[in-house]
Design a protein around this ligand. Structure first.
Ligand code: CP
Length: 307
């Protein structure tokens, strides 16, 4: 099988690769270049989504279209692919490899993208594997931080909410280890703290972090508040979910006590943890962040298809 450039997890990126990718994404913001690159004419992307998505699937599909390629796929692969007849993920990937030039996969199982990459004859992009990782979200998060704050080195970043099941937090933590003098503040209810395997990685990489249940600790210290949804669908019981829900809500009162030079990010969708009254504040960067997903994913598709 040919060697391919897969996007499987956040740890695969070093700082040089990240900077190159951000430069490519900045280039992709120039609309004059859209649909003009002959390298992508006739190329086909398959999007295979076994879990729901708005941003990731549609921004990948838009990215491929903006580059001049085509998209096939299914938004509900669990129901509308032959998985429902018992076909394995490996067989599905082998088959789809023959129909397309790149596969974007969102799956319920941790490690699904690695399994897919072992049998694929095209690049695989991990668009989220259960409670595991979401590396392309972390890339657009970092790109957003760089654009909004003008730098990544030296920042204090508070990650708030469901840090156990929130895969974007895992990938973003891993990726931030590439930068200098980062401080991470993990703010969560006790039953959804940051996993020990993420903490071990940060310790190995010499990244400073602390954990708290107190939201107030973040308000004056963090330049970036990375708010997340409590992932109701991943809890073992409704009782455990109830212990975690509704603890940290960013509203007008919180805004008044946040640093003036800070920003609010959220991978979205939100489910009440950022009040709509916050949206008009210039520090609310989450819709700009979602737009950045298009540019980062155009850059990623370019990288995978021209490797
Ligand atoms: N942030 C994110 O992954 O959103 P979707 O679930 O809508 O793709």
């Amino acid at each position: 099988m040919t060697a391919h450039y897969h996007i499987l997890g956040a740890k695969q990126f070093n700082r040089t690769e990240l900077e190159e990718l951000f430069d490519s994404a900045a280039r992709m913001e120039d609309r004059e270049t859209w649909n003009t690159d002959p390298r992508f004419a006739g190329k086909i992307m398959t999007t295979l989504f076994f879990e729901s998505s708005t941003r990731t699937r549609l921004s990948f599909e838009s990215a491929m279209s903006r580059l001049g390629g085509k998209v096939i796929g299914t938004e509900n692969a669990a129901q509308f692919s032959s998985t429902i007849k018992g076909e394995t993920l490996e067989d599905t990937i082998r088959i789809v490899s023959g129909y397309s030039d790149i596969i974007v996969l969102r799956h319920t199982d941790i490690g699904a993208a690695e399994r897919a990459a072992k049998v694929a004859d095209v690049p695989i992009i991990n668009a989220g594997d259960g409670a595991g990782e979401h590396p392309t979200q972390a890339l657009l998060d970092l790109y957003s931080i760089r654009k909004e704050c003008g730098r990544i080195d030296g920042l204090t970043i508070a990650m708030i909410g469901d840090l156990t099941y929130g895969r974007t937090v895992h990938s973003l933590s891993y990726m931030l280890a590439n930068f200098q003098n980062i401080k991470l503040l993990f703010v969560s209810p006790e039953n959804v703290g940051i996993p020990s395997y993420v903490k071990h990685y940060l310790e190995e990489q010499g990244v400073a972090y602390s954990e708290t249940e107190n939201f107030e600790d973040a308000l004056q210290s963090a330049e970036v508040l990375y708010q997340t949804r409590i992932q109701k669908e991943r809890f073992p019981s409704i009782e455990e979910y109830r212990k975690a829900e509704g603890r940290y809500i960013i509203n007008r009162d919180i805004l008044s006590r946040m640093r003036k030079d800070s920003i609010i990010l959220h991978p979205l969708p939100r489910a009440g943890e950022i009040a709509p009254e916050v949206d008009e504040d210039p520090r609310a960067a989450y819709f700009r962040q979602a737009q950045n997903g298009l540019y980062i994913r155009m850059a990623l598709v370019e990288k995978c298809l021209t490797f």
